[in-house]
Design a protein around this ligand. Structure first.
Ligand SMILES: Cc1cc2nc3c(=O)[nH]c(=O)nc-3n(C[C@H](O)[C@H](O)[C@H](O)COP(=O)(O)O)c2cc1C
Length: 213
């Protein structure tokens, strides 16, 4: 049976959302020059905002994309086999909005509702060295306590991009990533989007090997 995958992200300024859409493309791709067909499907969700509109306005945050469902109820994730989580960094760690979602998962924690499911991560920071890897490492504790199996991006399908030091680029073997710049004006680059697409594709390939029946 094909794995049921949910992409779940938080994005204040849209950069992590762009990566999320590229991850989705990588899962669903049926043919491109770069990738053999994955042909999977996935659903995409955003976690709820927790900051008041007054603060969001002061932070120049644009309106959320209404076309992407808001994940209020963690029970919804129990129907999925695997997740790709998109996280923008806050001080080298995950944001309160992401933590607030997980703080609602006490029921899954004690019942093992997410136990044995699979997850990959992709991350946004403002700058190089701003904490993409530390954010991934911080997320390991949440995955571990739920018994969720982490699937790293690694280098197998991404070596050419990850080993290229001729251009500035987010992402690492921990997962795809993007730099938004200190003022948020830098958009995900073609290499960052390609990395995210490749992660979606490889993640689908990895979890497809598991028998979820
Ligand atoms: C309160 C706050 C803390 C942040 N901390 C960091 C940080 O530690 N390192 C960094 O590189 N960027 C940091 N940033 C920048 C965000 O990571 C960046 O805006 C985000 O990844 C953009 O993704 P988005 O457009 O999907 O929201 C911070 C932003 C805010 C608002």
């Amino acid at each position: 049976m094909a794995p049921k995958i949910a992409i779940v992200f938080y994005s204040m300024y849209g950069h992590v959302k762009s990566l999320a859409l590229a991850e989705k493309k990588g899962i669903e791709v049926t043919s491109t020059d770069r990738l053999r067909a994955a042909g999977g499907t996935c659903d995409i969700y955003q976690v709820n905002e927790t900051l008041p509109q007054e603060v969001l306005t002061k932070m120049h945050a644009p309106s959320k994309d209404d076309s992407i469902k808001i994940l209020e109820d963690p029970n919804i994730l129990e129907q999925y086999d695997a997740f790709l989580f998109g996280i923008p960094t806050r001080y080298g760690n995950f944001p309160a909005q992401w933590k607030t979602f997980w703080d609602k998962t006490g029921s899954q924690w004690h019942r093992g509702g997410f136990w044995g499911k699979y997850a990959g991560l992709f991350i946004g920071t403002g700058t190089q060295g701003g904490g993409q890897e530390s954010t991934a490492i911080a997320a390991m504790s949440t995955l571990t306590h739920h018994g969720i199996i982490y699937v790293p991006l690694g280098y197998k399908t991404t070596f050419a991009i990850l080993a290229n030091v001729d251009e500035v680029r987010g992402g690492s073997p921990w997962g795809a990533g993007t730099f938004s710049g200190a003022d948020g004006s830098r958009m995900p680059s073609p290499a960052e989007l390609e990395l995210a697409e490749k992660q979606g594709h490889a993640f689908y390939g990895a979890v497809s090997k598991v028998n979820f029946a």
